[in-house]
Design a protein around this ligand. Structure first.
Ligand code: LLP
Length: 436
């Protein structure tokens, strides 16, 4: 294939792009565009791949889907079916998970400013653990637990001071971060002391997340190493024994041919090697390892279908080809200068004969999906398929310009299943209250 395909993607007998055994042109016709299409088999393959790697390594583990990447009832049900745990970061994600009947005890709650109401919700639902992020939260959670006469298993989120190689905006593991307790400045130790001193908490371990869309193992290894060495110190000085070490997510995916992520299993193997080494060298019990992949579970499985509309040629400068979506369904190019690849769904193998810029339809010059895309000459009405939009596309979708949010369809084994309906104009105004 001339383009780099993902999962079950192929060019079918009539030359169209097919995903999950379903012709994408048929999907566009049936459900309209923009449309997020998810390759269920690829999501399952990724989920199973992570789990299998831990099994092969003989390491007790939990793979928690970082659901901020794509949060809907259907994906929670799928992840439950695959035996994954879940990372939620808000009452909204938690509520959606409960609607999907996700087992509460396998839900971990993150966030740097969980509200009292969200913490109450977490306790009432009986979730598995809260990842404590800051001193304020220690007080707040202790207070809510005391009020309810409850106890809660907690992890403490630490920032190990590692710089991951990725876009600055999505760095979370370095010292100057709004997340977690600094490992090097003494705050993590102070947090552990306070949490251990409070009966309402059951401190089960530590958490760290060094960043996102990472292509190397170095950062993960460094972070794991540093935290493990610190655990040796705290075992001896604080009598703190971490049962769990959660090393977050951040494993990279291939948005374009320039991206060269490692197979997911390699990140896991690299991390485990370091954890094991420090554990063995120091006679430290091997903690259970938790990871939280988001993007690497759902990113490459998602493809967005758009219908091509207007065309504007600026002589000798640029050819703009506009589609019926944009920053309302994928804000990543505008927000992070993220790059994407795309093909015309009816003729994905055709040689390009021009370089075009794919523009969104929003009233903002920065609403561009792809700046330089080699493409065969396209016509209005044709379907453009943009690859690798499964993570942080739908979940960051918005109603700028009152554009209704797109529908989501799952495809597998020749079947398509609508899992999120397209927002209607009526939906858009349903919360508005008239003034007169
Ligand atoms: N765990 C924690 C604590 C996180 O903060 C994140 C992502 C993850 C896991 C999952 O990371 P992943 O495996 O998906 O890379 N909106 C940005 C990404 C923000 C990521 C925030 N945290 C984007 O569109 O690239």
């Amino acid at each position: 294939m001339a383009f780099e395909s993902f999962g079950t993607m192929r060019v079918n007998e009539v030359g169209h792009l097919e995903i999950g055994g379903v012709d994408t042109l048929k999907l566009a016709q049936k459900y309209g565009t923009p449309l997020y299409v998810y390759d269920v088999a690829l999501i399952k393959e990724r989920a199973r791949g992570f789990k299998k790697t831990f099994e092969e390594l003989g390491v007790k583990a939990q793979v928690a889907y970082a659901s901020k990447a794509f949060s809907t009832v259907a994906i929670y049900q799928l992840m439950h079916e695959e035996g994954l745990s879940l990372d939620v970061v808000s009452g909204g994600e938690l509520f959606t998970a409960m609607k999907a009947d996700f087992p509460a005890e396998r839900i971990h709650f993150h966030g740097n400013n969980k509200t009292r109401q969200e913490l109450e919700m977490a306790i009432d639902y009986g979730i598995g653990c809260v990842v404590i992020d800051n001193f304020y939260e220690i007080e707040l959670l202790a207070d809510v637990l005391q009020e309810k006469g409850a106890r809660m298993a907690v992890l403490i989120r630490v920032t190990p001071g590692i710089e991951a190689h990725t876009h600055d905006y999505i760095l979370t593991g370095q010292d100057d971060s709004k997340f977690g307790f600094g490992l090097t400045n003494g705050q993590a130790e102070e947090a552990i002391r306070r949490v251990m001193a409070n009966e309402a908490f059951q401190l089960i371990g530590l958490h760290c997340h060094i960043g996102s869309q990472i292509f190397e193992t170095t950062g993960f290894k460094l972070a794991a190493h540093r935290i493990m060495e610190q655990l040796v110190v705290w075992r001896d000085s604080l009598d703190f024994h971490a049962e769990v070490l959660n090393l977050g997510g951040g494993f990279g995916v291939r948005y374009t041919a320039d991206d060269q992520p490692l197979p997911p299993s390699e990140y896991v193997r690299a991390i485990i090697a370091d954890v094991r080494e420090v554990a063995q060298d120091n006679a430290l019990a091997m903690p259970e390892i938790w990871i939280e992949p988001g993007r690497s579970l759902v990113g490459e499985a998602g493809t967005t279908l758009y219908t091509i509309g207007s065309r504007k040629e600026v002589p000798e400068i640029r050819k703009f080809v506009a589609v019926d979506g944009g920053m309302s369904d994928n804000i990543r190019p505008s927000l992070y200068e993220a790059k994407y690849d795309a093909v015309i769904a009816s003729r994905p193998l055709e040689e390009p004969d021009e370089t075009v810029a794919i523009a969104g339809k929003c009233c903002e010059s920065g609403d561009m999906l792809i700046w330089d895309l080699p493409l065969p000459k396209s016509d209005a009405g044709e379907v453009l398929a943009v690859f690798c939009t499964g993570a942080y596309g739908y979940s960051m979708a918005n109603n700028y310009n009152r554009i209704p949010r797109a529908a989501v369809v799952f495809v597998e084994n020749g079947e398509d299943r609508l899992v999120v309906q397209r927002e209607s104009y009526e939906n858009l105004v349903q919360l508005d209250l008239p003034l007169y």
